[in-house]
Design a binder for this molecule. Sequence first.
Ligand code: PLP
Length: 468
Amino acid sequence: MSHISNHLPTAELQALDAAHHLHPFTAERRLAEKGVRVITRAQGVWLTDSDGQKIIDGMAGLWCVNIGYGREELADIAARQMRELPFYNTFFQTTHLPAISLAEKVCEKTPQNLNHVFFVGSGSEAIDTSIRMVRTYWAIRGYSEKKAIISRKNAYHGSTVGAASLGGMTSMHEQGDLPIPNVHHINQPDWWSEGGDLSPAEFGWARAQELERTINELGEDRIAAFVAEPIQGAGGAIIPPETYWPEIQRICDAYEILLIADEVICGFGRTGNWFGSETFKIKPDVMTIAKGLSSGYQPIGGCVISDDIAEVLGQQEFYHGYTYSGHPVAAAVALENIRLLEEENIIGRAANVVAPYLKEKWEELEAHPMVGEARIIGLIASIALTPDKETRAKFAAATGTSGEIVRDRCFANNLVMRHVGDRMVISPSLIITPEEIDIVMSRAWQSLDEAEKIIKTRGLWKVAPPVC
Ligand SMILES: *Cc1c(COP(=O)(O)O)cnc(C)c1O
């Protein structure tokens, strides 16, 4: 683990990266000034950078390395599959063993009525596929006007044109003339920021009601589907109040619209069950999966659909597919990943041993002067930063100013904890140990203390005026 392979000095790597490599969701000029961190190796929940520093990864990469880094079995299976059949398509009336086996395994794991999977290369592609599928489903049934999709503000569904449109991030919509037509966004169930004087239970119910109101406004005969993450991930790990999902499910049952659960983060153990839909008792017609499907060892995702949708879509050719749909190496790795998750009971252990321990430690953060709510389900957790807990106030500075200061302190203290605006998020690998959680927490406390001092010194500890 102490081994660092021969490479250029960090400064030269940074200069080359700045010269040629464009990063996702990054202001390039600013990053070049700060200097990018070069990650060279990883094992378990630990990253090593080009200076030999050990960083504890509180984010499982990007919500995906559920099984942890360094699993030899996954490397071996990839090498074996590359030797045997590195690529073949699934377009030409052909299939191959990894795609068959993974499809069977995925459908064994997903809820009972979801028995058919369309493979893709990423979560964004899974979402784009779901858009085309649900619209085509209704069109084949003779309802070609049923094409609107209801999504939520501050949702994240990916970065392609379709996925960014379903997403509810206004900053993303502003770049590239989005959203595409026939997408509607209702409000999110974020009680801390938007709940006002309502109790969480009242607020969750009220926010769910917006779905019914929107269905009635637009007309049921024009709506194809409602799409939502069981827990909004990139929106800030926002765990909805308990009243939210039951009411959403009631509405989806009462109207003829499809429910798409975007399980790209929640899927494969994140919430303590195989899928977030189990945790929240959601009955989706379509499930999008990616990230944890292969624990990030290979890029692969899927769009899993119900027997009813598959039956209808199967009546004609669906003009859709990706060269790498069901890629044999990615599929073989995903299958092995699921086998290991099952055989080693990684999800059960995470739910019963690790999650309760993390919950106890995480909720203690509410004692910190800068932390409002601390929320957690399974191994996905967030805290809201605030200058005044009593009133759930926002900071007066631009949203994200405080979050970024905390994030930078964490990174300097060799902890990866992400900020989303002024919320801090963790989503560690499921194999994290209680001892490693102690390290995460002590670095988090230290970083929050340091950030609090910086925020106060810079005169940023100011409450934003309330929005009317
Ligand atoms: C990451 C993510 C996506 C997009 O997946 P990519 O693989 O980055 O395209 C879609 N939905 C959710 C909920 C995500 O977290």
